[in-house]
Design a protein around this ligand. Structure first.
Ligand SMILES: *Cc1c(COP(=O)(O)O)cnc(C)c1O
Length: 369
C-alpha cells in the first residue's frame, strides 16, 4: 500500500464539482480581482475566526510582513526594534521581521514546539516591541500566559497562525487572541487554496485599514499614495475556492485529530520514537504530526521502503540557517536543535483512511533501530 505524505489531489477531488463550478462562474463573471468573492471570503473568514476584520493578501509571508509593518508605522517603532520569534519555525516568521525593518530575537521552543514562555521575559529589552507566537504544527501556544507577559511589558502580539486554521485555545479560535494574526492559504495548509493566498485577522479597525492601504500600493484613494506600499492581494478565483473549503474546515480538522488519535493510541515502539504531546489529541489541528525519533534517518528510510512517505519539518533551526548564522549562530537553543534533529512528520490529512493510519502504526511498531 503506497501512502503519500499528503494527497492534495484527493483533497481537491473531495470538493468537486463545486470548485470547478465556482471557478467557471468566476471566469465567466469577467471580474478577477477586488470583487465580491474576496469580500465574501473575508467576511466569512473573519466570522469563523471571531474577529471584526479580515484582510486578504497574496500569501502568508505578506500577511506577517504587512501586519508588522502596519504596527510599526502606527506605533512609531524605530528601525531595528526587536521582535521575539521562535528559533524553530518556517523561515517566513523571521523573514517578515527583517522585511519590516525590525530585528528578530530568537527564543527556544518547549515540548509543545511553541515558544518557551518561561524564557520570554528575560529576552525583553527597552527595544522589544512585539512577540510572534507560532502555533507550530497546529498546536496553539498558551495565549493566556503570553498575553499576560505582553500586557505587562506593553508589547504587541502577532500570531503566526499559518499552521493552525480552526485551532482553539480555551474555546476561542487561534487568530483572535493577538493584536493581529497572519494566515497562509498555501495549498498544503489545513485551509489551502489552489495557489497562493493569505490573510490577516484583527479586531483593531485602525490596524485593519492600514494593512489594507499598505497592501494596495500605500493608497487610500486610487492613484493617491500616502505610504510606501506594495501589491498583495487574493484573487477572485482563490477566494471562491477558499469560501467553499472553509465550510468543511472543522470537519477536516476533526478527521486529522482522529488520525492523530490512532497514532497516539497504537504506536508503542519507543525505540522508534515518541508521539507528541499527551494522548489528548483535541488540542491541535495537526497540520503536522511530529513524531520524535532519535534514529530519524533510519526510520524515514525504513518507512520509505514500506512505501510510506514522510517529511521533515524542519531540518535546521533558524539561528543555524546560513542567512542567520553569522548573527545568531553562536546561540544555543537545545529544544529547537533537538526538534531539527529528531522530528519526522508522519502522513496526516483529512483524506487518509483509518486503515492507512493503522497500517503505518503496524509498520512503525515493527521497526528495529
Ligand atoms: C506556510 C507558513 C508561512 C508562510 O506562508 P506562505 O503562504 O507560504 O508565504 C508562514 N509561517 C508558517 C509557520 C508557515 O507554516
Amino acid at each position: 500500500m503506497h501512502i503519500p505524505f499528503l494527497d492534495i489531489e484527493k483533497i481537491t477531488q473531495k470538493y468537486q464539482p463545486h470548485l470547478s463550478e465556482a471557478i467557471v462562474a468566476t471566469i465567466n463573471s469577467g471580474w478577477y480581482l477586488n470583487g465580491k468573492n474576496v469580500k465574501e471570503f473575508e467576511n466569512s473568514f473573519a466570522q469563523y475566526i471571531g474577529t471584526s476584520y479580515c484582510i486578504s493578501v497574496g500569501n502568508g509571508l505578506d500577511a506577517l510582513t504587512l501586519a508588522l509593518t502596519a504596527m510599526k508605522q502606527l506605533e512609531n517603532w524605530n528601525d531595528g526594534d526587536e521582535v521575539i520569534v521562535p528559533a524553530f519555525t518556517f523561515i517566513a516568521t523571521a523573514e517578515a521581521v527583517n522585511r519590516s525593518g525590525l530585528t528578530p530575537i530568537f527564543i527556544d521552543i518547549d515540548n509543545n514546539f511553541t515558544l518557551d514562555l518561561r524564557n520570554c521575559e528575560q529576552l525583553i529589552t527597552s527595544k522589544t516591541r512585539a512577540i510572534i507566537p507560532v502555533h507550530l504544527y497546529g498546536k496553539p501556544c498558551n495565549m493566556r500566559i503570553l498575553k499576560k507577559i505582553a500586557n505587562n511589558y506593553g508589547l504587541k502580539i502577532l500570531e503566526d497562525a499559518a499552521q493552525a486554521h480552526g485551532a482553539q485555545f480555551e474555546n476561542k479560535r487561534i487568530g483572535s487572541w493577538g493584536d493581529a494574526a497572519a494566515f497562509s492559504f498555501y495549498p498544503g495548509k489545513n485551509l489551502g487554496a489552489l495557489g497562493d493566498g493569505g490573510a490577516v485577522t484583527t479586531n483593531n479597525e485602525k490596524l485593519a485599514k492600514h494593512i489594507q492601504i499598505l497592501a494596495n500600493y500605500g493608497a487610500e484613494n486610487k492613484y493617491y499614495h500616502t505610504y510606501q506600499g506594495c501589491n498583495s492581494r487574493l484573487d477572485e478565483i482563490q477566494a471562491a475556492v477558499l469560501s467553499i473549503k472553509l465550510t468543511q474546515l472543522d470537519y477536516d480538522n476533526k478527521r486529522r485529530q482522529e488520525i492523530a488519535q490512532i497514532y497516539a493510541t497504537h504506536i508503542n515502539n519507543t525505540a522508534a520514537g515518541n508521539i507528541p504531546y499527551t494522548r489528548d489529541t483535541t488540542q491541535s489541528v495537526f497540520h503536522i504530526y511530529p513524531f520524535m525519533s532519535p534514529t530519524r534517518e533510519k526510520l524515514q528510510s525504513y518507512l520509505a521502503r514500506h512505501d510510506i512517505e514522510t517529511l521533515i519539518h524542519y531540518p535546521l533551526a533558524l539561528h543555524k540557517q546560513i542567512v542567520y548564522n553569522k548573527s545568531y549562530g553562536y546561540l544555543s537553543f537545545p529544544y529547537a536543535e533537538r526538534a531539527a534533529k529528531e522530528e519526522l512528520s508522519l502522513p496526516i490529512s483529512p483524506v487518509m483512511t483509518n486503515d492507512e493510519a493503522l497500517y503505518i502504526t503496524e509498520i512503525i511498531n515493527k521497526f528495529i533501530p
